[in-house]
Design a protein around this ligand. Structure first.
Ligand SMILES: Cc1cc2nc3c(=O)[nH]c(=O)nc-3n(C[C@H](O)[C@H](O)[C@H](O)COP(=O)(O)OP(=O)(O)OC[C@H]3O[C@@H](n4cnc5c(N)ncnc54)[C@H](O)[C@@H]3O)c2cc1C
Length: 346
């Protein structure tokens, strides 16, 4: 009989992130498919009551909490100690956690301490013939694998964006506190602040409906023999502002910046989509001035609907990589799109 533990940390305001609700959905799927199994929740944070209450209507039979100022910040030593203590208190055999950067870095270490196993980047869970099977992608999302394990506890990090968040309602949860004795050494590392771009300069938005991708073509000489980088910048930023899309880029375009060429200053390697970049998850994607070569398009694996604008009818997108290819000048297309968006708003 499996005891399935949802293990998550709270946010700064004490709430639960969407990624935690996604992990809970995966845990709920297993719980419903495994007769006789138990579902329990483990939360780590300064105070976990708000988070526990927010999901109190879920079928979990017990809530465990590790709380206190020491557990409010992301720190390997305290997070690993808290996770280990909760897993032991719950006697968990299956541990399902959101693969946030905070959780992902402690899960393998916690598995080691408990004599269990951890699998990362899990995108699906299922039960077949009474056996739990999990899915994940390999080789930059080119191959999908399904695996089972007999080793327990089995710790699974669920990739954010891969599940529908659970919608179980609120109530009042009774949380059993788990004590964790921390040595001074465990508290040595301190988060002194967070540096992040200003809200309007943050171009990477994992929850956006649309991914807008720019390629090196935006900086290339155009039909008049000239480059038009300032105009490209205006069109791209104008579109992002009006559509609230997330911004991606091809490797060639972000590399140009590193080589000291005139490029779009708001792009960094963090925006890069592809084999050596990110594999974002958005309902739709629009690629502009990007050729659609294999190492780039492999990053589009989880984009629902793909469209591209390219002058070249023989570009990579035309070879089955995009659902719709517009053979057109992206400068003209995006100017018109921005005009229509502005008209729609007014
Ligand atoms: C091991 C390896 C890993 C790699 N990993 C990645 C990766 O993670 N991500 C990635 O992106 N690449 C990756 N690459 C590089 C990849 O193969 C391509 O070189 C790169 O994606 C090309 O970028 P691009 O399409 O922006 O530029 P280009 O190939 O220069 O294409 C520019 C395109 O813009 C079009 N264009 C120009 N002007 C206009 C206009 N006005 N309107 C419309 N279209 C226009 C042109 O027709 C052209 O197709 C990798 C390569 C290798 C070898």
């Amino acid at each position: 009989m499996e005891t399935i533990l949802v293990l998550a940390h709270t946010e700064n305001d004490g709430s639960l992130a969407k990624s935690a609700r996604e992990a809970q959905r995966a845990a709920g799927t297993l719980f419903k498919s495994l007769p006789g199994s138990k579902l329990v929740i483990g939360l780590v944070g300064d105070n976990v009551q708000i988070a526990a209450n927010s999901i109190a209507a879920c079928p979990a039979t017990k809530y465990f909490g590790v709380t206190g100022a020491e557990f409010s910040q992301s720190r390997y030593a305290t997070d690993a100690a808290a996770a280990e203590a909760v897993c032991k208190a719950a006697q968990a055999t299956i541990v399902i956690a959101p693969a946030t950067s905070r959780m992902a870095r402690v899960l393998p270490g916690v598995a080691q301490r408990l004599g269990g196993r951890a699998d990362t980047h899990v995108t699906g869970v299922a039960v077949a013939d009474g056996k739990i099977s999990v899915n994940r992608w390999f080789y930059k999302q080119r191959m999908e694998g399904a695996l089972t394990r007999t080793q327990r506890p089995w710790i699974l990090g669920i990739d954010p964006g891969s599940q529908t968040p659970c919608d179980c309602g609120a109530g009042t949860a009774s949380v059993e506190m788990v004590a964790v004795n921390l040595s001074d050494a465990a508290k040595r590392t301190t988060v002194v602040g967070i540096r992040e771009p200003k809200a309007d300069a943050q171009t990477i938005k994992p929850d956006a409906q649309l991914l807008f991708v720019t390629g090196a073509g935006w900086t290339k000489k155009q039909a008049d023999g000239q480059t038009h980088v300032p105009e490209a910048e205006k069109l791209i930023l104008g579109f992002l502002k009006a559509s609230r899309a997330s911004l991606g880029s091809s490797k060639s375009l972000v590399d140009l910046g590193g080589e000291g060429q005139a490029v779009l200053p708001f792009l960094s390697h963090m925006n890069q989509v592809g084999q050596t970049g990110a594999t974002p998850r958005h309902a739709k994607g629009l690629s502009t001035c990007c050729h659609g070569e294999e190492p780039h398009t492999v990053g589009w694996r989880f984009i629902g609907e793909r469209r591209a604008v390219n002058l070249d009818p023989n570009c990579g997108w035309a070879r089955g990589k995009a659902d719709v290819l517009y053979v057109a000048d992206a400068f003209k297309v995006m100017a018109k799109v921005n005009e229509l968006l502005a008209a729609g708003k007014s």
